[in-house]
Design a protein around this ligand. Structure first.
Ligand code: TRP
Length: 328
């Protein structure tokens, strides 16, 4: 039995790129045999950037409802909130004491802040709080607390998993084999995750399609897709944002038919209508589930509370091993 664990920071609403790039592959892992998945909402990690009570609550429910709507089955996946696992924060402190400060100096997120400050000719630590600085240690605690084998993450988090492995190693060297050294599973960037303008779909480019927007908003987003100026009747290229998005939502067969129609001269206006149809058909059942959970937050609370109970059973065991190893 291999244990797979990953955390999601509640910092904003999911878009279609997040779904195909991260959520869907993580859900697929939960269906594999001989694996046990621990998925959690990393609310205390979000504190480095989120400091508004309402946003914290809204984004936290949003992540919970999103992942449940996308197919996290609470009977199979241990689904919980980081802040419900106090053992994490005790382990965090212990790990602080085996982690060399230099390792944190080299962490990408902190280094990027320092470089920005140096460019701006201000104090190198301006705007850096200890939450940001220690972020990788808290993440190591999340991972090591559960004897995790694999951590599925995007490329931007690869260094953090390596740091977790280093920290486990420092601890084990000092106190004897206690913590399991995890490995990452890097979710490949899918070339087809393009946004409305053909660049990678990303909130910072303002080219996203929201995952659970209304039908009207979905139609509006799709109408904004950038196309070339070819007229109806002229053959169209399938190497374009519109076709790539279509093929994410429709199966292979339907996409082939669509490609043929484009080559035969289907107009962009009509093509957008057909994309809306397949996208809406795909998203509708998930959207309905999402709004069901959003309006039944007591059920969500119950799922997360049950998840926390299951998670803590394991967390307590690891922590007691660690406490024994250090002599407290
Ligand atoms: N740092 C991760 C991110 O920003 C979120 C996260 C927190 C996480 N703890 C984790 C991911 C443990 C994997 C494992 O996306």
């Amino acid at each position: 039995m291999k244990r797979i664990l990953t955390g999601v920071k509640p910092t904003g609403y999911a878009h279609v790129g997040n779904y195909f790039g991260a959520i869907k592959p993580a859900i697929e892992l939960t269906k594999q045999q001989d694996t046990e998945c621990f998925y959690f909402i990393a609310d205390y990690h979000a504190l480095t950037t989120l400091n508004n009570k309402q946003e914290m609550q809204d984004y936290t429910y949003d992540i919970a409802c999103t992942w449940l709507a996308c197919g996290v089955d609470p009977n199979k996946v241990v689904f919980y909130k980081q802040s419900d696992i106090p053992e994490t924060f005790e382990l965090n402190w212990i790990l602080c004491n085996v982690t060399p400060k230099g390792l944190m100096n080299r962490a990408h997120a902190y280094k990027a802040c320092v470089e920005k400050n140096e460019m701006a000719n201000v104090d190198r630590d301006a705007g850096v709080n200890m939450g940001l600085y220690n972020y990788p240690i808290l993440m190591a605690a999340d991972i090591l607390l559960f004897d995790t084998d694999y951590v599925p993450v995007g490329l931007d988090q690869k260094q953090h998993v390596e740091i977790a492995r280093d920290i486990a190693n420092y601890f084990n060297k000092k106190y004897g084999e206690t913590l399991k050294e995890p490995e990452d599973i890097i979710q490949k960037e899918t070339a087809t995750l393009v946004g409305l303008d053909g660049r990678k779909m990303s909130k910072s480019y303002g080219n996203i399609i929201g995952l659970f927007t209304t039908e009207e908003q979905l139609r509006k987003s799709i109408n904004k897709i950038v196309t070339d100026s070819r007229m109806p009747g002229e053959p169209k290229d399938t190497d374009c944002a519109l076709f790539k998005l279509y093929s994410l939502f429709a199966g292979e067969e339907k996409s082939k038919e669509f490609a043929k129609k484009l080559q035969e001269g289907l107009g962009w206006g009509e093509a957008k209508k057909q994309l809306f149809e397949v996208a809406n058909e795909f998203l509708k059942p998930m959207r309905e589930k999402y709004f069901y959970y959003q309006t039944h937050r007591d059920e969500v609370d119950k799922i997360l509370a049950d998840g926390a109970i299951k998670a803590r059973m394991i967390a307590k065991k690891t922590l007691s091993k660690v406490r024994k190893a250090i002599g407290v």
